[in-house]
Design a protein around this ligand. Sequence first.
Ligand code: NAD
Ligand code: UD1
Length: 339
Amino acid sequence: MIFVTGGAGYIGSHTCVELLQAGHEVTVYDNFSNSSPESLRRVERITGRAVRLVEGDIRHPQALTDALRQSGASAVIHFAGLKAVGESVEQPLRYYDNNVLGTLSLLHAMGACHVNKLVFSSSATVYGDPLHLPITEDHPLSATNPYGRTKLMIEDILRDLYRSDPAWHIGILRYFNPIGAHPSGLIGEDPQGIPNNLMPYVSQVAAGQRERLQIWGQDYPTPDGTGVRDFIHVVDLALGHVRTLAHLEKAAGCTAINLGTGQGYSVLELVRAFEKASGQTVPYSFAARRAGDIAASYASPERAIQLLGWRPQHGLDAMCADSWRWQQGNPLGYRPAQG
Ligand code: NAD
Ligand code: UD1
């Protein structure tokens, strides 16, 4: 049994599918602050298997400990957290509370239940403005906003915990830019309000829900002047978690692993690939750089290949086609259509 905090969210729901399809049982613990139970009903539809669900907040130690104990889980995958950079600048205490205190509460609960295998959702944001590309896991770590600092603090806490007790099995997964959706079109990213991230914004423009994309910056030192990112299909990312669990079975440790493809694409390249996959035009205009953005970021996926035997299988065209299928089939995300 795997205990999945935040399992109803974008990456969590895709990971639940892959866990169930790999033969694991799953208990999701989620407070639905940024998701809906509908995603888990869809996970059950895709897999034909049941998901155990406990609605709760990771910051409620007693409820969390009870849920973890009752689940009988042997490992935890910890997705629960807030993730909007701009919001974290405006509401830093909310981010430290939810992400850092929430994780401390989880670690205490794991200790009380004698569960010592953990996969944690970190982010390439912990590399700050990269000093070299591709980014290897030994790149110096830094953060430029409260969201990034929560990830860095949690990573430090996990490293300290392992130093104090080398019986822990901890995988720190540093995601690059997850996009795409399950090929069934039943689950995908469901942003609330105006999307902060590129792909959901592009999809909504293609669907006619928003007028045009603003491309933030055309004067970066990149081949076409727009930002370059390592977009990774969310199903490949999900499979990386299943492989990490198998790796943690083998040996104790606390290891950071990049989950990216190693290939950077620019914002304009993504827009063109999306137009091709969707058959729609994506109107755009250029605007000033977004504060805090970096020119280019892409992973060295070598450690994941070596340690996990994991390689991403989906290219940019599949990422766009799957995002578009999800967008078209679910124009309001998981919210039911009116009338
Ligand atoms: P998401 O918002 O879709 O999922 C997070 C889930 O956690 C949601 O279901 C939410 O309801 C739940 N949650 C939040 N706070 C909680 C709490 N206190 N108690 C219980 N549940 C809580 O986000 P996602 O894109 O699936 O991201 C999952 C994790 O991966 C996050 O930790 C995020 O920071 C990290 N991450 C995401 C990206 C990305 O691009 N999506 C990149 C790097 C890292
Ligand atoms: C952002 C976060 C990062 C987080 C990641 C995943 C910032 C500064 N960084 O990464 O911490 O881990 O999301 O949640 O917010 N773009 C546009 N127009 C848009 C949206 C985006 O041009 O409407 C551009 C951006 O300038 C960037 C690229 O698209 O060059 C990717 O942006 P985004 O999807 O927000 O991801 P990151 O900035 O890489």
